[in-house]
Write a protein that binds this ligand. Structure first.
Ligand SMILES: Nc1ncnc2c1ncn2[C@@H]1O[C@H](COP(=O)(O)OP(=O)(O)OP(=O)(O)O)[C@@H](O)[C@H]1O
Ligand SMILES: [Mg+2]
Length: 251
């Protein structure tokens, strides 16, 4: 792995709290983390540890309570709504944990929506290869309500990849997929990094999915608690067990 020094995305001292008083939740507690350009990172951690919140803040979909976020060379803090919308549209691809497809549009219309809005033409060859590899060719005319959860998830991945954005964030992109479709999604994300130098950050609970990444960042209680390079499914599993174990029990 080449040692890149440029960060495609960076959070500095990021804190996000919800609610006040008794119901106050600290979703992110002073998180500082960098994602190098042209690298594939997996974020892991228990349910409620702040993974989705971190991804949303990094992608400019949510604002933090304090701290700063830089994406593709831009400080998100100072952006107007319009500038933020443009940055998200042109530079960032996002796969939501809940897909967020437009119910009235077909699969293909959903996939090309961000490009259509931007007035850009998709790169036909790239789009074809994404659709083929994700097994979507025979579902392009279907609306989300007419597709299975896994198919909708693959449409959401195709949409995030279609415009070849600088950074792709994917929140549990294989959460609803069988292992074969899951492998296709992960290998196409891997290809986005290896063949096009894009930066990919995913959230996953699956050590086998994390093994596709160059690096794993572990979150717990809204903090980064550990990280690992060149993960394998086994090494990730071991680390997860160690992080789960009560202090003093790790040997
Ligand atoms: N809108 C909200 N209002 C109040 N609390 C919230 C809100 N969104 C998230 N939280 C809280 O913030 C914490 C972090 O949530 P987040 O969705 O980032 O977790 P996660 O790591 O993605 O979990 P999962 O693996 O279950 O998806 C949780 O304790 C959650 O209950
Ligand atoms: Mg989540």
């Amino acid at each position: 792995m080449t040692a890149h020094t440029t960060a495609a995305a960076r959070a500095v001292d990021l804190t996000k709290t919800y609610g006040t008083g008794d119901t106050r939740v600290v979703a992110l507690d002073s998180v500082t983390v960098e994602f190098a350009e042209g690298e594939f990172t997996a974020i892991m951690g228990p349910s409620g540890s702040g993974k989705s919140t971190l991804m949303h803040c990094l992608a400019g979909l949510d604002s933090a309570s304090s701290g700063s976020v830089h994406v593709a060379g831009t400080d998100l803090t100072g952006l107007s709504d319009k500038e933020m919308t443009r940055l998200r549209r042109d530079r960032i691809g996002f796969v939501f944990q809940s897909f967020n497809l437009v119910p009235t549009l077909t699969a293909l219309e959903n996939i090309t929506l961000p490009l259509d809005i931007a007035g850009r033409r998709p790169d036909r060859e790239w789009l074809d290869s994404v659709l083929t590899r994700l097994g979507l060719l025979d579902r392009l005319g279907h609306r989300p309500g007419e597709m299975s959860g896994g198919q909708q998830q693959r449409v959401a991945c195709a949409r995030a990849l279609a415009g070849r954005p600088a950074v792709v964030f994917a929140d549990e992109p294989t959460g609803n997929l069988d292992s074969r479709s899951g492998s296709e999604v992960l290998s196409i994300l891997r290809a986005a990094v290896d063949e096009f130098g894009q930066t990919v950050v995913i959230v996953t609970h699956d050590p086998r999915a994390a093994a596709y990444a160059d690096r794993v960042v572990f979150l717990a209680d809204g903090r980064t608690v550990d990280e690992m390079r060149d993960p394998t499914a086994d090494s990730v599993l071991d680390r997860m067990k160690a992080l789960d174990a009560p202090a003093g029990e790790t040997a």
